[in-house]
Design a protein around this ligand. Structure first.
Ligand SMILES: [Zn+2]
Length: 378
């Protein structure tokens, strides 16, 4: 048996214990005290692993954790987050529990098991004396709310790295993510002129009618056959039925497969013109995450991973997802990025969130074996 795999198989209890401990430290992105508690636990585990650990202090959200292992040369960046979408108190109705081969609980799949997998992979490399390039780990605290405070650090580390491995959950069955859509959020506000709807309707200009016409135009930007989705997810506006509305507001989620599509859609939003006399429009927002495109560098990285998996008798596949991650930022810089190396399971952001326990060891061995193979790739 592959020595990395047999080491990781023997570490199954530690993989489970680490995931459970981190999941029991609830860490909603917006609660700094709670997130820092989880980050502190993570940092002490990394220190025990022999990593040089640094915290990147933040005011508005939890501190990010940076840890380094190994010597000279361009590092590989391991990327992930320890914040979750689950508010404090979720554990009371959704406890961390093992049932029928699953480890369930808030944040297990997205993505505390991914952190456990990365740490076990490094432990396995060290314990088996397997060669690997220097590794920088960046574990952040605000991914679930758009990575506003971590993006600079992520991009700076990625620029220095030979490649980026993201420990986000895998696709169903364990497939890696070799493309992710870019994600945008736009806010469109229509401004009109208020008037009495009965006494003086001609004096008004309805912001709601204007917004409705704009929404019809926005919908035409959608092209699902090309993977471009445009969803007007929220609308608000108006005050009373007998008042011509002077303001109406829409929030629109946009997903695109390529950055060219992103630029085109962004330009289309900026170019929206009012269709009714007396109204005007304001547009805010834009693309928060550029797409992760399957470049030749990404494909080469996947080939290495598939090769590593096949050495342990596993057939590794790849796929695309509409959801974004911090891998979108690093890939957009042209740094080869492989995402979805984390656990196999289901239910990210959902009540049935869980990881499949028996699959944890080979995922850790996969990350270790991939790092070994990346030794040769500068
Ligand atoms: Zn995540």
């Amino acid at each position: 048996m592959d020595p990395l795999l047999s080491y990781c198989e023997a570490q199954l209890p530690q993989l489970v214990e680490t995931t459970e401990s981190l999941a029991r430290l609830e860490s909603p992105s917006t609660d700094k005290t709670a997130v820092d508690r989880c980050g502190h636990e993570l940092a002490s585990r990394l220190t025990r692993l022999g990593a040089r650990v640094e915290t990147l202090p933040q005011h508005a959200c939890g501190d990010h954790i940076r840890a380094e292992v190994g010597g000279d040369g361009r590092p590989v960046l391991l990327l992930g987050h320890f914040d979750t979408v689950w508010p404090i108190g979720t554990l009371a109705r959704m406890p961390v529990a093992r049932r029928e081969g699953r480890l369930q609980g808030p944040g297990t799949f997205d993505m505390k098991a991914g952190l456990a997998i990365a740490m076990t992979a490094l432990d396995a490399l060290r314990a088996t004396g397997t060669a690997h390039p220097p590794v920088v780990m960046l574990w952040t605290s605000d991914e679930e709310i758009g990575s506003r405070t971590s993006r600079d650090a992520i991009e700076a580390e990625a620029r220095r790295a030979r490649a980026v491995l993201v420990l986000e959950p895998s696709l169903p069955g364990g497939a890696l993510k070799t493309s992710r859509k870019g994600c945008g959020e736009f806010e469109l506000t229509a401004h009109g002129i208020a008037a009495h709807a009965g006494l003086d309707p001609g004096r008004g200009a309805s912001a709601i009618h204007e917004l409705a016409a704009q929404i019809a135009a926005i919908e035409r930007l959608q092209d699902l056959s090309r993977g471009i989705s445009v969803n007007v997810g929220v609308i608000t506006g108006g005050t009373r039925p007998n008042v011509v509305a002077d303001e109406a507001h829409a929030v629109i989620d946009v997903r695109v497969p390529t950055s060219a599509d992103g630029h085109r859609i962004d330009a289309a939003f900026r170019a929206l013109q009012p269709l009714r006399p007396g109204t005007r429009l304001t547009v805010k927002g834009g693309f928060e995450r550029p797409p992760l495109e399957r470049t030749p560098g990404v494909a080469r990285l996947f080939d290495l991973a598939r090769d590593a998996a096949s050495s342990m008798g596993r057939d590794l596949t790849e796929g695309a997802t509409g959801g974004g991650s911090d891998g979108n930022f690093t890939a957009a810089l042209g740094v080869p990025t492989l995402d979805g190396l984390g656990p196999i399971g289901d239910g990210a952001h959902a009540h049935h969130e869980h990881v499949v326990v028996s699959e944890l060891p080979w995922r850790a061995a996969l990350v270790a074996a991939l790092l070994n193979r990346m030794q040769a790739v500068e």
